[in-house]
Design a protein around this ligand. Structure first.
Ligand SMILES: Nc1ncnc2c1ncn2[C@@H]1O[C@H](COP(=O)(O)OP(=O)(O)O)[C@@H](O)[C@H]1O
Ligand SMILES: [Mg+2]
Length: 222
């Protein structure tokens, strides 16, 4: 199993936000994670992304417990196996579009020529070759999120995590980003966990999970 949670729990202070949570995501799965604001979606995604650790149970990626590995190992897993996209893009404003996409590869020690070729391939896939040398603050929101998609996929992650990736986009740009996410994760063979509170956004995913009282319910809205 690519990603597996068993009895996963996470608390802030004395309040448990996730409790006894079980979940499996197989390689290449596309899964929507739905639930009302404040139910713990971002908390769960941050655990999956290795940005935070659980307080109970286990969460494994490729069989390795993300809550138990060393910080160094976790950083490597995040670099090589995970890609993340956020609502507010988190691009680096002092770098060009192309440099933003190359960055994760350069940080992983890949040669400049390889990083450049991979960035060109992904910028082509997201329709941004004409904007490759632009500074990211000059882009529209939709363009920024397409850069973020290309950057997240650059290292060929096994799992792409997207936290409300269309939350800051108008409907048209949102739909185009969702279509890209579906098409490119399929093409690249990456699994996708898409956090959203929009049923329309969730429709790009064959699987739906609802987060309710700190646990996962699979399938239609409970
Ligand atoms: N760092 C934190 N410290 C304390 N409480 C937090 C923290 N992050 C989130 N919470 C609380 O945990 C709950 C779940 O938050 P979150 O995972 O952001 O929900 P969602 O993404 O579903 O809107 C909320 O009640 C939120 O206020
Ligand atoms: Mg959230």
């Amino acid at each position: 199993m690519l990603l597996e949670a068993k009895g996963l729990g996470k608390r802030y202070g004395t309040r448990w936000v996730l409790k006894d949570l079980d979940l499996q995501v197989a390689a290449g799965d596309r899964v929507a994670l739905l639930g009302p604001s404040g139910c713990g979606k971002s908390t769960l995604l941050n655990l999956m992304g290795g940005l935070d650790r659980g307080d109970e149970g286990s969460l494994t990626l490729d069989g390795e417990d993300l809550g138990a590995v060393s910080a160094k190992r976790l950083a490597r897993i995040r670099r090589e196996r995970l890609g993340t996209i956020f609502q507010f893009f988190h691009l680096l404003p002092a770098l060009t579009v192309r440099e933003n996409v190359e960055l994760p590869l350069r940080m992983a020690g890949r040669p400049a020529r390889e990083a450049r070729a991979r960035a060109a391939e992904l910028l082509e896939a997201v329709g941004l070759i004409p904007r490759a040398e632009a500074w990211t603050p000059e882009l529209s929101g939709g363009e920024m999120q397409r850069v973020a998609v290309a950057r997240a996929l650059a290292p060929r992650p096994a799992l792409l995590l997207a936290d409300e990736p269309t939350g800051n986009l108008d409907r048209e740009n949102g739909e185009s980003v969702l279509a890209l996410l579906a098409r490119l994760t399929e093409l690249e063979g990456a699994a996708l966990v898409l956090v959203t509170h929009s049923e329309a956004a969730a429709s790009i995913c064959p699987r739906r999970l609802h987060l309710l009282d700190g646990r996962i319910q699979e399938g239609a809205r409970p």
